[in-house]
Design a protein around this ligand. Structure first.
Ligand SMILES: Nc1ncnc2c1ncn2[C@@H]1O[C@H](COP(=O)(O)OP(=O)(O)O)[C@@H](O)[C@H]1O
Ligand SMILES: [Mg+2]
Length: 500
């Protein structure tokens, strides 16, 4: 059922107050206009600047100028109006913090119930005072679907027909790609971006549409488009994790769906700090050739109560509109710490946001692959680890000797050095207990020394640097041991270690 059908049913069933969540005023208004026409009702639209349009015939009392503030006057008009009317109040949500408005709305809910009169409030986000929860029916007005986008595309093509300077021919494949890439935008944005593409490129160009989508994601403030910078070959070790990921490379295709494979849900990567968890997360996007969105878990928790929950819902929606894609939640424990603990400091907001997120993880059908990483399991709510949330939980330990050798080689090569001039086996032996990040630091430190001495990097520089470093794992021996024991029964290892 689409939003128009849902709204029609609710109006016919005489629900008193609807709250439509959408950015798209004109689309909502024209949908309502259509519904009203079909149901023989008059639509009145109100905004603080324009007042009520068309004006309302009051059923009782003389028409007297009032000194009420606009928003209260609007509700008074609704109260006094006759049957077979629908009222759309634009930008009304800020007023709903006012006690008088809340009271009037509750009165109206009672009065309008069972009458052929409906009050519709719309706003870009849902912020409903608890007092009104029972009186207001929330309708999610989804962004345009592919069918509607295609219609808009055809309209744009029709509008520029006869213009010899633009090429509007589209083969079926390009057409599909254009329509798909426009998903997640509002109808106004879609129209503008199609027009912009025709002006700039003289044809419909996918890149322009995607560029617009990046803008939207940036503006949402919660998600960040992450460019694919790292390759799988930049990651040393983690053979088992790589193998697991490799097997799922084509699992987001239609072919996989037809074969009967569900889209993978996601993976949780736990482990010791500096061992490449974030690195491999970034590499997956490039390996699978999917766009990656980074979720800023900390920023989800806005300052206003109710806003955090709205934030997480919005982030999920945006991510799903980009699907298939990867959603990366780095150091997830930092955002959700305390979600299930005794922390009552935020009156349960964290817990509710967390619950929304968990439910989504459990039930999501859109192909959004969630990669979560965590350094500290004790801060991670146990519900997160339950079956059905992630496809798999991997544990990344400190690299063993063979892996350290690989990491040395990766980073020496990355800095343009000839591996034949270095004994990486010896370096690996020397750096037991080092994380990948510390190995990289050894190379960087040695490069400084060599550069300062005015010659190229040699084995001695690396050895000296490695000997001077005390790895974090020495100071954190007990923590790491605890983490290992915890992980050994709950997770899969990211690689097989042979003991050194
Ligand atoms: N296994 C590895 N292979 C190659 N480089 C690594 C590896 N582990 C760490 N590094 C280097 O250290 C940097 C920091 O690692 P990072 O992925 O942020 O660790 P984590 O997220 O596990 O704390 C990486 O960007 C990379 O340069
Ligand atoms: Mg990290």
């Amino acid at each position: 059922m689409n939003a128009a059908q849902e709204i029609e049913i609710l109006i016919r069933a005489k629900y008193p107050i609807l709250y439509i969540v959408s950015w798209e005023e004109s689309r909502v208004e024209s949908t309502l206009q259509n519904v009203c026409k079909g149901l023989n009702r008059t639509l009145h639209t109100w905004s603080i600047t324009q007042g009520m349009r068309p004006a309302v015939n009051r059923t009782s009392g003389p028409v007297k100028p009032t000194s009420l503030p606009g928003e209260l006057e609007a509700l008074a008009l609704v109260h006094e109006s006759s049957d077979f009317t629908v009222f759309l109040l634009k930008d009304f949500h800020p007023y709903m913090r006012d006690n008088r408005v809340v009271r009037l709305l509750r009165d109206l809910a009672l009065r309008l119930r069972g009458k052929a009169q409906t009050l519709v409030i719309m706003g870009p986000s849902l912020s409903l005072p608890t007092d009104l929860e029972k009186d207001v029916t929330v309708v999610d007005f989804a962004l345009p679907e592919s069918g509607e986008i295609e219609k808009k595309l055809d309209e744009v093509i029709e509008a520029v027909k006869g213009n010899p300077n633009v090429d509007t021919k589209l083969d079926p494949h390009t057409r599909e790609v254009i329509v798909k890439s426009a998903q997640g935008l509002t109808m106004d944005e879609i129209e503008s971006v199609f027009a912009r593409s025709l002006v700039e490129k003289k044809k419909f160009d996918v890149e322009i549409v995607l560029e617009e989508k990046k803008q939207i994601i940036r503006k949402s403030g919660l998600l960040e488009y992450y460019p694919a910078q790292n390759q799988m070959s930049d990651v040393g070790g983690m053979e088992l994790l790589k193998e697991w990921l490799e097997k799922r490379t084509n699992s987001f295709t239609d072919k996989a769906r037809e074969f009967g494979i569900p889209a993978p849900k996601g993976v949780l990567i736990l482990g010791v700090q500096g061992c490449g968890k974030s690195l491999i997360a970034k590499a997956i996007a490039a390996h699978w050739a999917l766009p990656m969105l980074k979720l800023d878990v900390g920023r989800i928790f806005g300052s206003l109560v109710g806003q955090s929950e709205e934030n997480i819902r919005k982030a999920i929606k945006v991510a799903e509109s980009v699907a298939p894609c990867i959603l990366w939640a780095d150091e997830i424990e930092k955002g959700f710490a305390g979600a299930s603990g005794a922390s009552v400091s935020d009156s349960g907001t964290t817990a509710r946001v967390f619950a929304t997120f968990l439910t989504w993880m459990q039930e999501k059908t859109a192909p959004v692959f969630l990669i979560a990483t965590a350094n500290n399991v004790s801060q991670l709510p146990p519900e997160m680890l339950r079956k059905g949330r992630f496809d798999e939980i991997f544990f990344v330990d400190l690299p063993d000797k063979a892996e350290r050798k690989q990491i040395f080689e990766i980073h020496l090569k990355k800095r343009g050095r000839d591996l034949k001039k270095f004994k990486t086996e010896a370096l690996a032996k020397l750096t037991e207990g080092f994380s990948g990040a510390e190995i990289e630091q050894v190379i960087v430190g040695a490069l400084y020394v060599a550069f300062d001495a005015g010659r190229d990097l040699n084995q001695k520089d690396l050895v000296a640097e490695a000997e001077a470093v005390v790895p974090l794992s020495v100071m954190m021996r007990e923590d790491i041991q605890e983490l290992r024991e915890w992980a050994s029964i709950r997770t899969r290892p990211a690689s097989v270690h042979d003991g050194d």
